[in-house]
Design a protein around this ligand. Structure first.
Ligand SMILES: NC(=O)c1ccc[n+]([C@@H]2O[C@H](COP(=O)([O-])OP(=O)(O)OC[C@H]3O[C@@H](n4cnc5c(N)ncnc54)[C@H](O)[C@@H]3O)[C@@H](O)[C@H]2O)c1
Length: 188
């Protein structure tokens, strides 16, 4: 028996990078993967190796995780296709780096919106389904949300990833009565 046999996993940002890697890995462990990305064609491309290996993956429509309507359709497609949601892996994110003395406010504001908003609408839309399945939420932090750096100029990213890490603790508290559990990954 594979570790995620039959689990329905919603993973954002599956066009490339860690989201693509997660989609392949979750499918190899038996999960039914519902991916999605702004880069829709690349997200669909991620399905091919999964299908070749006999796994199951969908990437319905272009997904913008910062747009509630887009996320609502994505979650509905997952539930229509598989009957529920067991795992939400809110992986997608976007960032503009820059130092406090030089970064334009527009770039700061973009990052401040993109990172937390990549998590909240997705988790919110999936929450009733996770409560039903006693499911799991995975969010992706960063050392930027935990430490300062001498070499990586990242004030906006630090603030934004702090805005991902802190609500993770609150989600754990609010999810506990429903059996929803979670994990916040933080890495370089
Ligand atoms: N790579 C690193 O070193 C690193 C370090 C710390 C944290 N992280 C975090 O890990 C996660 C994945 O990082 P990655 O390196 O794979 O990034 P990446 O840029 O390679 O991939 C991110 C994916 O998310 C998608 N995306 C961005 N905004 C989106 C939106 N609004 N709607 C839908 N899809 C959207 C992009 O199109 C892309 O396919 C991110 O949350 C990132 O902040 C990465």
């Amino acid at each position: 028996m594979k570790r995620l046999e039959g689990r329905i996993a919603l993973i954002s940002g599956t066009a490339r990078g860690q989201g693509r890697a997660a989609a392949l890995r979750f499918a190899a462990e038996g999960a039914l993967v519902v991916g999605g990305d702004l880069l829709h064609e690349e997200a669909v491309e991620t399905q091919r190796p999964i299908a070749r290996e006999g796994g199951t993956a969908l990437a319905p429509g272009p997904l913008d995780v910062t747009d509630e309507a887009s996320v609502g359709s994505w979650v509905a497609e997952a539930v229509d296709a598989f009957g529920g949601i067991d795992i939400v892996y809110a992986n997608a994110g976007a960032v503009r780096f820059g130092g406090i003395g030089s970064q334009p406010y527009e770039d700061f504001a973009f990052t401040m919106r993109a990172e937390p908003d990549s998590v909240w609408p997705t988790v919110r839309a999936a929450w009733p389904h996770l409560a039903h399945s006693r499911g799991c939420v995975l969010t992706v932090g960063s050392t930027a949300g935990l430490t300062g750096s001498l070499t990586n100029l990242r004030t906006a990213r630090s603030a934004a990833k702090g805005g991902v890490i802190a609500p993770g603790r609150q989600l754990a508290a609010e999810g506990a009565p429903y059996g929803i559990h979670g994990s916040a990954r933080s890495h370089a």
